[in-house]
Ligand binder design. Structure first.
Ligand code: PLP
Length: 396
């Protein structure tokens, strides 16, 4: 067996059908989508078809989708656009303490510009409760930003309930759905959100393309100034081939997402049961059921300090997994802010391994992993302290 790629939360392989659509488009369609001639019109048509595909996947209208250069850019556009007072001070924000750095760091930037940002914490299962949000809202709050699915734990947030809390207080609601898209059904109407971020490379599409859903009537400030593309919010010649790939990936997710998800839940459960049996100190982090279909976050009691060594040893053994967020590899070995926000102490916050399965993973790979993991865990420093025994260690 070749290498096993279990890091689909960091990025997914390009689906060959997406690669084919992009290659054909890039070879044949070189016009600028803003040009009036036939070549330009052909490119515009392809971009607009892709916009319709992305919109369909989340039950939005095409004119509510703005293409961006990434999920990070979509998050930044959503948060930068909040209304400022006449003096230019941005409005106050409530955001999750477990958000991706694309939201967290933008919030810190807004704080430097004078905004007040309140970070709300999840419960021990990794879920931000609607009451917690309600208690954090102030009359001055302009925007709430809470993600749909967490990139470290895979835990799903109750987006519709959280958005309803913000709606009742007439506060704009943004959700980062980068991990959720294509993995669970998203319906911007039933969720009743104002802004929602997406990224193509998490759904077997290309890297460097994202999108922001902006509900009709919501006003944002541009993130790029220039020729006025993307309704003036994100000027620059569109990455048309990337957008075409995003559209194709969204169509495939719409057609196959439910089947993929059901299969991934089965694989995830087989893997979890196998690991908990073969590695006695392994425990599940985050809510047992309310999680992305293919996503597991595991701790190893007594070996938490060894998580990076475990990851590298697994890599040597031919398996790619992650510790926390791939976007954080420069901070490898540092405590995870997500686990700390869930109430984990400093030692246990350092020790998670993220396993994220995807469309191209097989049962054979799961079986091999369950054989490889105990060997690799056994080769690390012997258990020094304790077994998983504290009540907040899920699956222990
Ligand atoms: N938000 C979440 C929840 C993510 O997991 C990621 C990527 O890991 C991003 C935002 C950033 O997306 P991109 O890599 O397209 O910038």
């Amino acid at each position: 067996m070749g290498r096993i790629y279990f890091d689909n939360a960091a990025s997914t392989p390009l689906d060959p059908r997406v690669a084919e659509a992009m290659t054909r488009f890039a070879a044949e369609c070189y016009g600028n989508p803003s040009s009036l001639h036939a070549e330009g019109r052909a490119a515009r048509l392809a971009v607009e078809e892709a916009r319709a595909s992305v919109a369909r996947l989340i039950n939005a209208a095409s004119d509510e989708i703005i293409f961006t250069g990434s999920g990070t850019e979509a998050d930044n556009l959503a948060l930068a656009g909040i209304p400022a007072d006449p003096g230019g001070k941005p409005g106050d924000v409530v955001a999750g303490a477990i958000e991706h750095p694309a939201v967290l760091e933008k919030c810190r930037h807004l704080e430097r510009l004078g905004a007040e940002v309140v970070f709300v914490r999840p419960d021990a299962d990794g879920i931000i409760q609607p009451e917690t949000l309600a208690a954090a809202l102030r009359p001055e709050t302009s925007l709430v930003s809470l993600m749909a699915a967490n990139n470290v734990t895979g835990v799903l947030q109750p987006v519709a309930e959280l958005a309803a809390v913000a709606r009742r207080r007439r506060v704009l609601f943004h959700t980062d759905a980068v991990q959720a898209m294509g993995r669970i059904p998203i319906d911007v109407r039933s969720w009743d959100v104002d802004l929602l971020s997406l990224s193509a490379h998490k759904i077997y599409g290309p890297k460097g393309v994202g999108a922001l859903y902006i509900r009709r009537g919501v006003r944002l400030a541009p993130c790029l100034y220039g020729g006025g593309q993307e309704r003036g919010l994100r000027s620059s010649t569109e990455n048309a081939a990337g957008i075409v790939g995003f559209g194709r990936a969204a169509d495939i997710a719409a057609a196959e997402g439910a089947t993929d998800a059901a299969r991934l839940v089965r694989l995830r459960e087989t893997l979890l049961a196998g690991v908990l049996e073969a590695v006695p100190n392994a425990y599940l982090i985050g809510h047992r059921e309310k999680r992305l279909p293919g996503h597991l976050c595991l701790g190893f009691a007594g070996q938490e300090g060894e998580a990076i060594k475990l990851l590298l040893a697994l890599d040597d053994a031919g398996v790619a997994v992650s510790s926390g967020s791939a976007c954080n590899s420069s901070h490898a070995g540092e405590p995870s802010g997500v686990l700390a926000a869930m109430g984990f102490d400093a030692l246990r916050s350092r020790g998670s391994v993220r396993i994220s399965l995807g469309r191209f993973n097989s049962e054979d790979e799961v079986r091999s992993f369950v054989e490889i993991l105990p060997r690799v865990c056994g080769s690390l420093r012997p258990l020094v302290s304790r077994r998983a025994s504290s009540p907040d260690l899920k699956g222990a």
